[in-house]
Design a protein around this ligand. Sequence first.
Ligand code: BTN
Length: 325
Amino acid sequence: MTEHRDQQLRQLICLLKDGDFHSGQKLADELSVSRAYIWKLMQQLEALGLEFESVTRKGYRLLKPLELLEEENLQLAMASNGMPDWECNVLLLTDSTNEQLKGSRFCHKKILAAEHQSAGRGRRGRQWVSPLASNLYWSVGWQTQMPVQQLGGLSLVVGLAIIKALGGLGIQGVQLKWPNDIRYQGKKLGGILIELSGDVAGALQVVIGVGLNMQMGSTVAQSIDQEWMNLNELAPDVSRQQVLAKTIVELNQALELFEQKGFAAFQESWQEVDECFGQKVSILQQHQELKGIGAGVDATGALLLQTGQGMVPIYAGEVSLRFRA
Ligand code: BTN
């Protein structure tokens, strides 16, 4: 997609965002293009996951009004919350915000958010469904001198920062499923994907990616193979912008504390939101299944599993955790 086309799509979304009908001719005049071209752009928006209707003599109407994320406003929120050295960019379209922050494009304390991801990815090679302007998809670059062995608790720390931000917006009852799922009453609201690169002996470059379902339509979500829900079901008036701004601020504080004190400083808070505690769970790791009861986490963030053979620590990585009956 060219930058010019990107710009045209953004312009079109801004005209349509109120959810009212807009005639094809008026839209064409605003963008200085033909009506046929507007139709083409609308097809592209639909392919990107935006749901709309088109009615003869009335024009086009988005099924849900929407607001795009505002980069400047996020930048201001960071500056006024003791984060003047942080940077924030919002893209309309990208492949994956994690991918965009990796390698030579890595930047410490940079937030990259996108309105759509064509190749959003989840843990264990899964696809992360990322329809346009419906949810939050963002990543942050974070460079640290912490030894890699201490980073096992990082996804838990990020999850706790998100829960704190949601609490600050009046959203209660959200839990964390070790090591990276954000859930409400057993339904997935979002997830965290952490990717590391760099010199294991020196500074590590960490890309922390967060996806949070906010107001996703059910049609685009058909390929999701687990129970999920939107945050707006819990808080219809809370905007994506508010959630992102608040989370970034909480995350900055959490990362500072994590660097100073390690996961031990978060162990207690984890207990309050631990969905696995006292539950029968199964850990799948390299085709092996380990059954037990969730017994919290240790001071490094490893899951403690009470098994027939005693307490076993489980380290995050390529493991999968399921609840059992
Ligand atoms: C999971 O639960 O499997 C983790 C999902 C992480 C998704 C986010 S969306 C922003 C960032 N970019 C990606 O490609 N993935 C993460």
